[in-house]
Design a protein around this ligand. Structure first.
Ligand SMILES: Cc1ncc(COP(=O)(O)O)c(C=O)c1O
Length: 551
């Protein structure tokens, strides 16, 4: 009787031996016959070592029996074996067998991946504005995470947080289940009692913009804080640096801004104001992973490393994906500890999933008015959430991280191609612009249609959509004009205005931010994501030319 993990020898090798191989590793059982599936084992280690689906074995991997010298298992070369014609000579240790069986799964997954490859390519002239770029390594990692059967945050999660922190050159990263959760977590952390006098209290103000993604603004309101809106600059779509100081009041405690569509905001100016007024700065870096900025007095660094906390999204449209996912990052151990607590139900304990008593004092401390020795695992220091990710998300995040440098380069390349291609239409279109101090890994390519008597944004957008070119709005456009603001009584300010209520705004209020309205009515963006080839970008440029020939 043979078992999975047994190494067997062909008793009558004769002609059927492949490549002089007569030793096999049993890797599969059959429900329908006595025979079992086995992978070939070759003594020619050097010959096969570079194969994708090979694993070398030596005597240290043997549990029982013996092996003649080092050899290599080829899981992409298989045979059928039975106890009648094959003799068991050894069996593999569990760890090595696990590794080889994972490789066997990868082989099956790879075949499946190859067979579907053609279906996955974006067909013909279809140009989505964003998309994910996955390869077999993402699939392998997902399969590995499944084979672990760990489910919650585990080894992939720990490795992702560590690798992502290394990439950013920051001390702490916490993975969360979306960019929106990251934003909620970052701002909630600033309200923690652990910050003492520095904490943000109800009624404190946070500077932001209204031409934004809604969940950059929502946490401000959700935490009982007051958003103070500042206008943006067409072309950069970032906060107008000259107007920030004007919006600051005695109650201002934080600045919370995205690097819009990957374009770094004026970090020098924002840092100068942050330092002058001793504010917190949260960088919503959800769209800007890989963008860099050369700030005064520091070397060029990634955006997301300048503020107190940075947030990231790994939704499929973003620079890397986990399906759903995100992260917060900081260099501040106090903020990291607060965010860990709020991310993980608000608990005081910091044990990773599946571990107990990391503090070594699980049953010997006294917290709040709880009895001495109350289990530290069930002590809560914040009103928290559960914003954690699963190990599948982390597994795919890790394999995506390997490709991030290539993704960043491709985004920059596509951006340049498109920018060069659309330059002839500059009389009609405001093309995106970045500061000389930045090197942006753009998320999308924003375009504003200048006022003219031939066409407007809607006309251009509908022409592009008809030609299979996907377009997107610059998120909320002007969030103050969105139903959610009109139907709620959100206390807010615009620039240096008095307090306003969102359901009471009048045209003269909106006029305080004219560029935000222009962004809403005249701006849209198209894709430059890494899945778009040069050919597609050229098609895109041709379609713009067609449009201008017609108008
Ligand atoms: C600037 C910005 N912040 C936050 C988010 C939210 O990220 P998620 O979709 O992962 O919740 C997005 C989403 O695209 C975004 O563009």
């Amino acid at each position: 009787m043979l078992n999975i993990g047994d190494i067997v020898l062909d008793l009558n090798p004769g002609e059927k031996s492949q490549d002089r191989m007569n030793t096999f590793l049993v890797i599969g059982i059959s429900n329908t016959s006595d025979s079992m599936t086995a992978a070939c084992i070759s003594p020619e280690v050097d010959r096969y070592n570079s194969g994708q689906f090979t694993e070398s074995i030596s005597s240290i991997d043997i549990d029982t029996g013996s092996l003649k010298g080092d050899c290599i298992v080829l899981v992409d070369k298989m045979m059928s074996v039975s106890s009648e014609h094959y003799e068991k000579v050894a069996s593999l240790k569990k760890e090595k067998l696990d590794k080889i069986l994972r490789l066997f799964s990868h082989y099956a997954v790879y075949s499946h991946y190859l067979s579907r490859l053609d279906n996955r390519r974006t067909s013909g002239s279809n140009i989505p504005p964003s998309g994910k770029v996955l390869d077999e390594n993402d699939l392998f990692n997902m399969v590995d995470a499944s084979l672990d059967m760990w489910l919650t945050a585990g080894r992939f999660h720990d490795e992702f947080e560590k690798s992502f922190a290394e990439f950013l050159d920051l001390r702490y990263v916490l993975a969360v289940n979306s960019g929106s959760s990251a934003n909620l977590l970052a701002l909630s952390a600033l309200t923690s009692h652990r910050l003492g006098e520095d904490r943000l209290k109800k009624g404190d103000e946070v500077i932001t913009v209204a031409a934004a993604f809604p969940t950059t603004i929502a946490p401000i309101v959700q935490n009982g804080l007051i958003p103070v809106f500042v206008d943006v600059v067409p072309g950069t779509y970032n906060i107008d640096p000259e107007q920030i100081e004007n919006a600051i009041s005695k109650r201002t405690k934080a600045i919370f801004l995205a690097h819009t569509l990957g374009n770094p905001f004026d970090i020098d100016k924002v840092l100068q104001i942050r330092d002058k007024y001793r504010l917190f700065l949260i960088e919503d870096n959800c769209d800007a992973l890989g963008s860099r900025y050369n700030a005064k007095g520091s070397n060029e660094k990634y955006t997301g490393t300048f503020g107190d906390i940075a947030t990231f999204s790994f939704y499929p449209a973003h620079h890397i994906t986990m399906g759903e996912g995100g992260a917060v990052a900081t260099n501040d151990s106090r903020l990291n500890k607060i965010m860990l607590s709020i991310r993980d139900w608000g608990r005081d304990c910091w044990c990773p999933t599946g571990k107990d008593n990391t503090c070594g004092q699980r049953f010997s401390q006294q917290h709040g008015q709880l009895p001495v020795g109350y289990d530290h695992k069930y002590v809560y220091s914040h009103l928290g959430y559960n914003l954690k990710i699963t190990d599948w998300q982390a597994a795919i995040g890790l394999s995506q991280l390997q490709k991030l440098p290539m993704f960043i380069e491709k985004r920059k390349e596509n951006f340049k191609l498109l920018h060069d291609g659309l330059k002839p239409f500059k009389d009609y279109l405001i093309l995106p612009s970045a500061s000389d101090k930045s090197d942006a890994a753009w998320f999308g390519f924003p375009i504003t249609v200048k006022q003219n008597n031939k066409f407007d944004k809607n006309k251009l957008v509908s022409f592009l959509e008809k030609n299979n070119i996907g377009t997107r709005q610059l998120f909320a456009g002007n969030i103050l004009r969105q139903p959610v603001f009109l139907n709620s009584e959100i206390k807010m300010r615009i620039g240096n205005s008095e307090f306003l209520l969102s359901n009471n705004l009048v045209e003269s209020d909106y006029k305080m931010m004219p560029n935000t309205d222009i962004t809403m009515s005249s701006t849209f963006w198209i894709g430059i994501w890494p899945g778009l080839s040069q050919e597609k970008i050229e098609y895109l440029v041709r379609k713009f030319a067609d449009f201008f020939n017609l108008h």
